[in-house]
Write a protein that binds this ligand. Sequence first.
Ligand code: UD1
Ligand code: CA
Length: 467
Amino acid sequence: MNVMAIILAAGQGKRMKSKLYKVLHPVCGRPMVGHVLQTVKEADCRRTVVVVGHGAEAVQAYVGGDAEFVLQEQQLGTGHAVLQAQPLLGEEEGTTVILYGDTPLVTANTIKDLLAKHEAAGAAATVLTAVVPNPQGLGRIIRGEDGRVLRIVEQKDCTPEQAAVTEINTGMYCFDNRKLFAALSKVTNHNAQGEYYLTDVLEILHSLGETVEAHIADDYAEGVGVNDRVGLAEAEQLMRARIVRRHQLNGVTVIDPASTYIEADVIIGPDSVIYPGTTLRGATTIGEDCTIGPNADISGSAIGSGVTVKHSVADGAVIGDQTSVGPYAYLRPGTKIGRDCKVGDFVEIKNASLGDGSKVSHLSYVGDAVVGKDVNIGCGAITANYDGFNKSLTEIGDRAFIGSNVNLIAPVKIGDGAYVVAGSTITHDVPSGDLAIARERQTNKEGYADKIRARAKAKKENAKPGI
Ligand code: UD1
Ligand code: CA
């Protein structure tokens, strides 16, 4: 079967009250129109045409090569919008699916069911309908005494009896492509809104003796279009539950789905456990047997298998197998951590790599650095990578030991196996195997502790009262 898709995305979306064009608003991290494109791809549509208008350039920039485009300069109605695709699709033989760019919840399975029903019935048009608790604002499905669909009537054109119908038009259909365009040329704008209604095509086809079918969606939520930020949050919640469920069915344990936020493109391996309060965003991948969370916020990161990330933030980081991160670590873009590493509490890493087996256990900043294997960076040690103008590199060789509270003033190189004594401020390179010590020598003054106390006490007593 030659299946094509037309996605309507020319409307303005005024009720979003946004600078961002409506269909580009993300739901679970992916623009709404991106979800619809993914759905038509999964439903094996061979050609996809997106009808753009408001925000055309931005939508086209996002969609890129995944579809063809036609411009609807003025939004004269859904029928007029589909007609814009005629120069591209008008000559095709086959079936055309029509969807909206602001209906992100529809699934490929539902579209496949719709197509199957359409084909089995030999229909000219099959509309996806839903029975909803509140049909307000939506087109009503008007069936004849034999139960067949006669037409769709918009809210504003409804008689009171028609308004009482609870079966509504989701706005998704499939059509015999040739018959669709032939009927569209007959649609007028003689209605309450003065628009060219796509819905009129059904009545036109019916009056020509063509078969018009309806497929009732199992879950009416799939047809819900997003019109404002309230709808956006509702769509987000439904999509989020769906994503969590998909991971669960793939073998991921999600302790508390209600407090787990996983965006659409995230990949998680089996037997990983996601603890509450965790957000996984962007193109994040997580391997098998990981423990993520509680309270991990991970975006655009590639995490190996057997990794633990607790109470930490990772953005654009790569983390090797069996490594442990957190609690309270902050991994910024350009962080590359090897296998069997430990990044402990209050450690910040930025644009730096850490070789296999290295440890930064507490209270460190490692920025613009290349750290070798099996290195130990002590508590409170930092790289001083910025002089107010330039960022400079710190290099630390394999098996080096960086003592507690060391300042490495970049650019600086610590050789393999070198040993930097605690409290040192290192401004020159340390050759391999050397020990570096850069701190004031200690002196002890015998018995001075009591003297200094007495002096301090006297100072306090001589001070004016009230200060
Ligand atoms: C439409 C249907 C209605 C259905 C409802 C479901 C018609 C006449 N009515 O109504 O039966 O119940 O959807 O949500 O089709 N668009 C364009 N160009 C236009 C007009 C619209 O691209 O000139 C796009 C919009 O961006 C939107 C979609 O088409 O994504 C639907 O348009 P909208 O005006 O929201 O249709 P409704 O009045 O809600
Ligand atoms: Ca709408």
